[in-house]
Ligand binder design. Structure first.
Ligand SMILES: Cc1cc2nc3c(=O)[nH]c(=O)nc-3n(C[C@H](O)[C@H](O)[C@H](O)COP(=O)(O)OP(=O)(O)OC[C@H]3O[C@@H](n4cnc5c(N)ncnc54)[C@H](O)[C@@H]3O)c2cc1C
Length: 509
């Protein structure tokens, strides 16, 4: 094994949503960052021999992770959603201690995070957007509210930051560089061991190390590290515990009384070229009451031209980013199919600032529910089974608790009452009857979290309020894997806000 001799101030493991983002943020303030990425520049995944599910089915461990430059931002939608204040407070669950940071400490980085991702200032606050549209924000009652999510124009971070990756001398990104071990020096990490596809190994030294390899891989690396006698976190029983994902699936069908009114409240908005999506969620006050879960729902619109519109959107995107586009014949066929909607489409887009919901559209409501973070919902490793890099197989035992089904049922019932003035809501019969088969049929949403949770002490967490692994002086974990709970929000935006906060900690401002 050879050794690199130039120790960068910060070594980041993983070039995904949070790792690459942190690298870019550090480089922008003149701090040299080395990002080590296991995958290459083309889309790759994790071999299915490297993990096994023994608990609740979890397909996301295979299909919702990308092992490539840019990580899972090669797959994601780039929808930005904030955690809510109640998410970080004490919850009435066993082990429901508050996060060690206050909501304000996280939220104070939201604006800067939006800006770094290219979201214009004037669409960051919901009230400003509704005011600009000249439409009052829809009022729901029942402990529910309408809120807006923002979609990045360019969700793939490897593309968004390509210029900085290529030209910024403070940002060095190495691909085909799988981190597969640590060298300890007391309570410090002296180096990480890196292996390439040819089996060549090198030790990379650094002053500070940040694990940003995604929820599952962060845990794999920490548990693998803990098999060595001098590992500082060897006795931390929290590593791998409280694995979470959101539960997703259809909970109701919706028939608006008048499509025009419904559309004004719930059609996707296009504000100065940026896409915002109205959704329904539980209010912060409701979430703060004992035993309540934080739940959101989105409306899905399916019409005879849905597929044609998806084709046209992908065609335009591919053409814009220089990728292979579909055939001209297919373009013509899909354009003809949409032609009778062309004028209403354009009218809605240019005048109403909304995407068209055709009158014939089938509308359904899809839930995204928080799950209780359980100690027994956990990731462990099987050291008898190793991959080509010597990393042990991951065993995922995802568990979901007892309150999710009644809470989702109650949520659907409250939405039905809240929407009654503008629509009929027909709850899926299995849910209305509260059958466990309904819960079994829900899928995970690609929002893997937990396993390295933030805590006040090594008894309750893996990392401290600064995201530093307990027992170490220079190893940090970044990503949704540090979330103590995951609220209803798609996890990545708040994880990126934590990257913003970690940047400040690392550069000492
Ligand atoms: C289809 C889909 C849609 C989604 N949409 C949204 C959305 O709209 N909004 C949202 O908030 N979230 C969304 N998500 C979830 C989001 O993509 C992930 O939560 C997010 O990418 C996680 O960021 P991360 O940086 O922690 O991990 P990743 O983005 O997965 O990056 C981790 C990187 O680390 C690398 N790596 C792993 N192990 C090692 C190692 N040993 N050495 C070196 N490198 C390593 C990986 O190759 C990878 O590149 C979606 C997910 C999917 C699958």
């Amino acid at each position: 094994m050879s050794e690199s001799d130039d120790a960068p101030p910060v070594v980041i493991v993983g070039s995904g949503a949070v790792g690459l983002f942190l690298g870019v943020l550090l480089a922008r303030v003149g701090v040299r960052a080395l990002v080590l990425e296991a995958g290459g520049r083309t889309l790759g995944g994790f071999a299915n021999t490297t993990f096994e599910c023994v608990g609740r089915r979890h397909q996301g461990i295979q299909i919702s992770r990308s092992r490539s430059l840019g990580g899972t931002t090669n797959l994601w939608g780039g929808q930005l959603v904030e955690l809510m204040p109640a998410d970080l407070q004490r919850r009435e669950w066993p082990c429901g201690e508050a996060w060690p940071i206050r909501y304000e400490e996280l939220a104070s980085h939201f604006r800067e995070t939006y800006q770094a991702l290219g979201v214009p200032d004037d669409i960051i606050e919901d009230p400003a957007v509704w005011e600009w549209l000249g439409t009052p924000r829809p009022q729901l009652g029942q402990g529910l509210e309408v809120f807006l999510t923002r979609w990045m124009r360019m969700p793939n971070l490897a593309v968004l930051f390509s210029r900085e990756i290529e030209t910024d001398s403070n940002l060095l990104v190495a691909t085909d560089a799988t981190v597969c071990g640590f060298t300890f020096d007391g309570d410090r990490i002296a180096a990480v061991e890196v292996c390439d596809g040819q089996g060549r190994r090198v030790r990379v030294r650094g002053q500070r190390f940040v694990l940003a390899a995604g929820t599952v891989e962060n845990v794999r690396l920490l548990l693998h590290g803990a098999t060595v006698a001098d590992c500082p976190w060897r006795h931390n029983r929290m590593v791998g515990r409280r694995f979470q994902d959101h539960l997703g699936g259809r909970i109701a069908d919706i028939k608006p009384h008048a499509m025009r009114d419904f559309s004004r409240a719930f059609a996707t908005l296009v504000v100065k070229g940026d896409k915002l999506q109205p959704k329904i969620r539980t209010t912060n006050d409701f979430v703060g009451q004992p035993g309540n879960l934080n739940i959101q729902a989105m409306l899905a619109f399916e019409s005879s031209i849905s597929e044609n519109l998806v084709f046209l959107k992908q065609f335009v995107k591919a053409a814009l980013y220089g990728r292979r586009v579909g055939s001209l014949k297919a373009l013509l066929k899909n354009s003809i199919a949409c032609s009778r909607y062309l004028l209403p489409l354009m009218w809605n887009y240019a005048v109403q600032h909304r995407l068209l919901i055709p009158g014939s559209a089938k509308i359904s409501l899809h839930v995204q529910s928080e799950t209780v973070p359980l100690d027994e919902s956990r990731i462990t490793i099987d050291t008898t089974c190793r991959d080509v890099y010597g990393l042990p197989k991951v065993i995922l035992d995802w568990r979901v608790g007892q309150i999710e089904l009644p809470q989702i049922k109650q949520f659907a019932e409250r939405v039905a009452v809240a929407l009654a003035p503008i629509a009929d809501v027909v709850i899926v019969p299995e849910l209305a009857a509260g059958r466990t088969e309904f819960l079994d049929g829900l899928y995970e949403t690609g929002h893997q979290a937990g396993g390295c949770v933030m805590g006040e002490s090594p008894e309750t967490g893996v990392v401290d309020r600064d995201l530093r692994v307990f027992g170490t002086r220079n190893l940090y974990v970044l990503g949704a894997s540090v979330f103590r709970s995951s609220g209803n929000a798609n996890t990545t935006f708040s994880a990126m806000a934590l990257a913003m906060r970690l940047k400040r900690h690392l550069v000492g401002i």
